[in-house]
Design a protein around this ligand. Structure first.
Ligand code: SF4
Length: 897
């Protein structure tokens, strides 16, 4: 009988509830939690594959100090001593923590407490700075607090959903599925997608505004002007509950005086703009969902406020089915904000610049120091490491060597830094290679605490596996260092519940509901501040603020929507319109670098692939780094589909596969963020991104990097499939991915090896003494194939050609599943063609049921299928998580022609 534990998905900010079942043999299976209010049982492809990520291969299991394994005491002593030495010699601002939205709230709380209250510096920042700090800054300017007003249910109660700067279908798939279902149940629900790209989210768009990148603020300023001119104002709300509308309208008028001018700026048809404006003006229940496409610009905060302004003007906030809605990228970005994980925040939504708040936090913590000014934000922090101002950094649960702008400079800074500590669950990342001390942290399934999703819902992440070897909770590691730095009394936590209770108590400390109280805060967990271990372990998802419980039954009453009473957390209690007329991106294009590179996520991968990159079914949808290019730009650069392309600017160049598609606007490119140097030789997109940030939020401009493209000419293309991971490859281009029981490598180079046989044996026979070896070489055609066997079982194979006419990988991969190959099958390898019986499913579209594009197209053609429902009935594709439905729709569309 399997034991079941309810927990929360560790990936995106939707925060889906998950049920993990562990059977007698320790096998884990994962399903969606039908009781969880975020997903009601749904999971996307990443969540559905969570059980496949629990292998301890590649884990960091022991502390390491300068490359030597050590016990915990020695490693912790070293960290505490070195940090203290640096502080004593150079001052408290010479050390920094760089933390992560992957941490649990309890971990985050302890890290922030140590840095801001005991070391006495605010030099702690988080990778959440990279994804949603502009949303935080915009909300604080408008509401006086970092408050998301609504909840996911509003998506189902809305009549108009505006998706802007958000490819929800791939980046927050369960929310997308909720909208799909809502639209099916309510055909009157209108969806407008505002995105320069034609993404999978456009599958449900009634109107797609393929806006010129960087012009959202013009579009929303134009909307504000339109609402004003058409008298679509909620006068009572604006006059009683807001301030600053006139200045905001005047500023909007400068940017967007007319629909005609907006059409010019945004490069859209006037009629489409008018249609959108009319829909917004006439629909009472409007939710505007926004994400990185709004936040990751050098004027991201202004863009956020341009959206909020329209909701304030129409009074569409605080009621069911309406409101501006920032969707966070990470699982606990919001939990990090609650505890002050950003360098410019204090704990519990208090302000570092506010003396009353500082005094309150210091007296609550009984701390010797309290940081009295904002610390360095992520980009500044790594600049300070590079210049030597920061001499010691502790990086927790994140991979800045890949994910920060100017990643090459970040790597150089870490290389130079006097003392680098990295706590992680993974041994080899692009960042761990710079660590002086490595500390093994627990990971999903082992750790225990809470996370908060995009709708302010606090959920438990519960442990259901024993942590392997020396892996420890992050909060334990930080507390142990704090004790060794002399703060044992204030960090004497035994369990995560102790920390949660302290965090909840601080949120309630001197937090009255009186408008006149300068310490009045939105974030308040007073009803959760004295939980017993049992109550904590039973805690159900609940949306903050949580200020009461219904009875003694521990049925805590959360808050679905904020601002229903029209009161905000500003000094006046009124929401603030913000006049926004900043120009767009500061990263301007030039003759030399005429193309605008946008970066973002793909459907089945998460961040730098340390977890999802290990799961075969998540790597078969897209297994190589790529850049999407408009056909006209490709033609101009003489690029062919699937060729290798070099994307460059003055900072760096990367090499990846060209995907030529008219879903990209001319002049624009898109590259995924996921490929690190663990998975590809030269595909670090952030090495191209420069470190321009929004001046208010400090969020980097990931959405607009000036680059140029050119073909990357090679003399040969090839691939390897191998049962074992290969040692270092030194080809000009390589990328690797995990298949079922195998590793796949795509290769290319500008030089031919002197001898193909020697070259192939060097790669494929690394540990084999007497390999069974077959090969074929057509010198005239520059074609080479080789296969290595062990007792008749295929171990590895390599295919090379001067052109991109390499065999399909699918059927070859299938041969690895067989214990022995017969002579026909062995011959088929060297022939590069499947035998009559073997079929190639093609690139996998539905990763839940392993259905490839060839299978789908054949089924659509032979059975004359016209709907995703019919495809689902026949092949099951799209019937589990639904993440692939937009792609199946597109195959159905293309098959019509
Ligand atoms: Fe996890 Fe997917 Fe839900 Fe995001 S949408 S929390 S990745 S299951």
């Amino acid at each position: 009988m399997a034991e079941t534990i309810k927990t929360t998905c560790p990936y995106c900010g939707v925060g889906c509830g998950v049920i993990a079942a562990v059977d007698d043999k320790g096998q884990v299976s994962v399903t969606g939690d039908s009781d969880h209010p975020a997903n009601f049982g749904r999971l996307c492809s990443k969540g559905a594959a969570l059980a496949d990520t629990l292998d301890i291969e590649g884990r960091l299991l022991k502390p390491e100090v300068y490359g030597e394994m050590q016990d915990w005491d020695s490693a912790l002593d070293t960290v505490a001593m070195r940090l203290q030495n640096v502080i004593d010699e150079h001052g408290r601002d010479s050390v920094a923590f760089y933390v992560s939205g992957q941490l649990l709230t309890e971990d985050y709380y302890v890290a922030n407490k140590l840095m801001k209250g005991f070391i006495g510096s605010a030099n702690i920042d988080t990778n959440s700075r990279l994804c949603m700090s502009s949303a935080v800054a915009g909300q604080k300017r408008a509401f006086g607090s970092d408050t998301v007003p609504g909840c996911y249910e509003d998506l189902e109660r809305a009549k108009l959903i505006v998706l802007t700067g958000s490819n929800l279908a791939w980046c927050h798939p369960v929310l997308y599925q909720r909208i799909v279902t809502a639209k099916r149940d309510n055909p009157d629900l209108v969806v407008v997608v505002i995105d320069p790209r034609k993404t999978a989210s456009c599958d449900i768009a009634d109107l797609h505004l393929a806006i010129e990148p960087g012009t959202d603020h013009a579009l929303f300023n134009g909307l504000l002007v339109y609402l004003h001119e058409h008298d679509e104002i909620n006068e009572r709300f604006v006059s009683q509950c807001t301030e600053g509308s006139e200045a905001a309208i005047a500023a909007a008028r400068q940017v967007a005086p007319s629909i005609d001018s907006v059409a010019g700026s945004c490069k859209l048809d006037e009629s489409d703009i008018e249609n959108f404006y009319r829909l917004f003006a006439r629909t009472e229940r409007v939710v505007s969902v926004y994400s990185q496409g709004i936040n990751q610009w050098s004027n991201g905060t202004d863009r956020v406020n341009a959206i909020i302004n329209c909701h304030l003007f129409s009074g569409r906030i605080g009621r069911p089915g309406m409101g501006p809605f920032s969707i966070t990228g990470q699982p606990n970005a919001m939990g990090g904000r609650e505890v002050g994980g950003l360098a410019n925040q204090l704990a519990a939504h208090m302000d570092i610049e506010n003396a009353g708040h500082r005094q309150l936090v210091q007296s609550f913590w009984q701390s010797p120091h309290i940081a009295d000014s904002a610390g360095l934000k992520a980009v500044e922090l790594f600049n300070a490491i590079d210049t030597g101002r920061i001499k010691a950094v502790w990086i927790m649960a994140t991979n800045p060597a890949v994910s920060l702008p100017q990643s090459t400079k970040i790597q150089r800074a870490l290389e130079k830094c006097e003392f680098v500590v990295v706590s992680d669950c993974v041994r080899h990342t692009d960042t761990t290679r710079y660590a002086d001390v490595l500390l093994p942290a627990q990971t999903w399934g082992e750790r225990d605490g809470t996370v908060t999703n995009s709708e302010r819902c606090i959920s438990r992440q519960r442990a259901f596996l024993k942590a392997p070897d020396d892996a420890r909770p992050d909060w334990w590691i930080i507390s142990q260092v704090a004790k060794r730095m002399g703060h044992g009394q204030q960090f004497s936590y035994n369990l995560s519940v102790d920390i949660f209770n302290e965090h909840a108590a601080l949120s309630a400390y001197k937090n009255s509901d009186s408008l006149n109280d300068p310490c009045r805060r939105d974030f308040n967990l007073c009803a959760l501040s004295g939980l017993s271990l049992h109550e904590y372990s039973q805690l159900q998802p609940v949306q903050w603020p949580v200020t009461g419980n219904s009875s003694a039954t521990s049925d805590y009453q959360g808050t679905r929507r904020m601002f229903a009473d029209g009161r905000f957390f500003t000094d006046s209690g009124k929401a603030q319109f913000i006049a926004v007329n900043n120009p767009c991106s500061v990263n301007v294009l030039s003759q030399q670098y005429p193309l605008r590179l946008n970066s973002g996520r793909i459907r089945d991968q998460w961040h730098t692939m340390t977890r999802t990159g290990q799961v075969p079914r998540l790597t078969c949808h897209i297994y190589e780094p790529f850049v999407e290019i408009n056909p006209q730009d490709a033609l101009q650069a003489s690029l062919q589909q699937n060729e290798l392309v070099q994307v460059s600017n003055q900072q760096a160049d990367v090499i990846c596969r060209a995907v030529i598609t008219d879903s990209q606007k001319r002049g624009n490119l898109f590259m995924p963020i996921h490929w690190s140097e663990q998975f590809s030789g030269r595909a670090l997109v952030d090495s191209l991104v420069n470190s321009v940030v929004d001046p208010v939020s400090g969020q980097p401009e990931f959405k607009s990097t000036a680059v140029t493209i050119q073909p990357y000419p090679v003399q040969w293309y090839g691939f390897i499939i191998s049962r074992h991971k290969l040692a270092d490859l030194d080809t000009d281009y390589w990328s690797c991915s995990r298949g079922e029981g195998v590793w796949r490598y795509e290769l290319a180079a500008q030089q031919l090896p002197e001898n193909w046989s020697d070259y192939a044996r060097g790669l494929l026979c690394q540990a084999a003494t007497k390999p069974e070896w077959s090969e074929y070489h057509d010198v005239a055609m520059h074609r080479y194939r080789a296969a290595r066997f062990d007792n008749g079982q295929l171990q590895s194979c390599m295919f090379v050609d001067s052109e991109q006419v390499l065999p399909e990988r699918g059927w070859l991969q299938g041969l690895f599943a067989q214990p022995q190959l017969d002579s026909v099958e062995r011959a088929s390898i060297l022939a590069g063609k499947p035998t009559g019986l073997q079929k190639d499913a093609g690139r996998i579209v539905c990763s839940c049921f392993n259905v490839g594009v060839n299978t789908l197209l054949e089924a659509i053609r032979t059975n004359r299928l016209v709907s995703t429902d019919q495809v689902g009935k026949l092949l099951r594709a799209g019937t589990n998580c639904g993440s692939c439905l937009p792609e199946i729709s597109s195959l159905l569309q293309s098959s019509k022609h």
